[in-house]
Design a binder for this molecule. Structure first.
Ligand code: SAM
Length: 327
């Protein structure tokens, strides 16, 4: 549909647009369009256009503006993305349905919207979900260039740990032996293998290990990843003195597995030990537990301690990186 536009030579376009925008005359619903060396800038009031500028009717196309859930809802909803699944954390099911409908109608790439229906629970650290829109809880999530296929309803996965996992992966050296004791679908194991490590990854959740094998293939590292389903206390038995690096991402109970970690450790081994602690004493309990398990056989050097994320009021998810050097 023809709309009134200011026509200017292309080289004057940006200056003219700014001048018109200062007078609040530029119409956002239509696109600024180039044609035959001129730019056509749609304007709201031809009479108000400053003297010296030509106004003529031009068939400017309507602008395709992205529609966000916030625009549809009138408020900014909080959500996380995992592949094409959108994750909500809403107490009110009606509000969850309203947000889900807006997400599906918006330009967000989503096939499914789920709402948290329980806390993380059980040995396999999964949670219940209400599927509020769409059907499948299976998706493919990309993190730092690796693709992870997973079913949210069957396995643990938190996209919030991406930065922390990357921090660990960046320390990996070509050819090192890395043992991931609580590997899930492989968000440490797969990129560590991609960085050149020979990786052994175990998890008690058989479905997670099936996905881990698929993810190793998907990311072309299956020849460097051995994935074993079972309790790590048993699966680790074949790898005593083997590891140069150990990942222990089972906050809350990792300390119960430190004897296993020490048995896995080679002469010089870094352990990434994840913990949940009160803000008043974040690192001492983890460090003390590592020392108790490893000394005096190993000298223990804490190379790094950091907060990964907040977990609950006054409680934080932390990591202690400790180097074990055999005496
Ligand atoms: N590292 C993965 C990640 O970052 O997504 C998964 C971490 S999740 C917090 C902990 C994992 O430990 C779960 O997948 C659970 O099934 C596994 N797990 C719990 N107890 C285990 C055990 N005794 N032996 C092996 N895996 C175990």
């Amino acid at each position: 549909m023809p709309v009134p536009c200011v026509r200017v030579p292309t080289e004057d376009g940006e200056a003219t647009r700014r001048r018109l925008a200062d007078d609040d005359l530029v119409v956002d619903e239509y696109a600024i369009t180039a044609s035959d060396g001129d730019l056509y800038i749609p304007v709201s009031d031809p009479e108000a256009v400053p003297e010296g500028l030509d106004v003529e009717d031009f068939d400017a196309p309507e602008r395709e503006t992205p529609t966000t859930p916030a625009e549809l809802l009138g408020f900014e909803p909080t959500y996380e993305r995992l592949g094409d699944v959108v994750i909500l954390d809403e107490d009110d099911p009606e509000r969850a349905r309203e947000i889900a409908a807006a997400v599906m109608e918006s330009d967000v790439r989503a096939e499914t919207v789920v709402n948290r229906a329980s806390k993380i629970k059980g040995t396999e650290r999964t949670r219940d979900w209400d599927v509020v829109a769409g059907e499948s809880t299976e998706t493919v999530h990309t993190e730092y260039g690796c693709e992870f296929e997973l079913d949210l309803a069957e396995v643990y996965f938190s996209p919030r740990l991406a930065t922390e996992r990357h921090r660990v992966v960046e320390q990996v050296e070509d050819g090192e032996h890395a043992f991931d004791m609580f590997a899930g679908v492989g968000p440490y194991a797969v990129p560590m293998a991609k960085a050149g490590a020979e990786v052994v990854a175990t998890d008690i959740n058989e479905t997670a290990i099936e996905y881990l094998r698929r993810n190793a293939e998907r990311n072309d590292v299956s020849e460097r990843v051995t994935a074993i389903a079972g309790d790590v206390r048993e699966t680790a038995e074949d790898y005593e003195d083997w590891a140069d690096r150990i990942v222990m991402n089972l906050p809350h109970t990792a300390d119960e597995f430190l004897d296993t970690a020490v048995a896995l450790a080679g002469d010089d081994c870094v352990i990434h030990f994840y913990d949940i602690q009160h803000e008043d004493d974040l690192y001492d309990p983890g460090e003390a537990a590592i020392r108790e398990a490893a000394e005096p056989e190993y000298e223990v050097t804490v190379e790094n301690e950091r907060t990964v994320r907040s977990y609950a009021p006054h409680e934080l998810n932390v990591v202690v990186d400790a180097r074990l050097t055999r005496r």
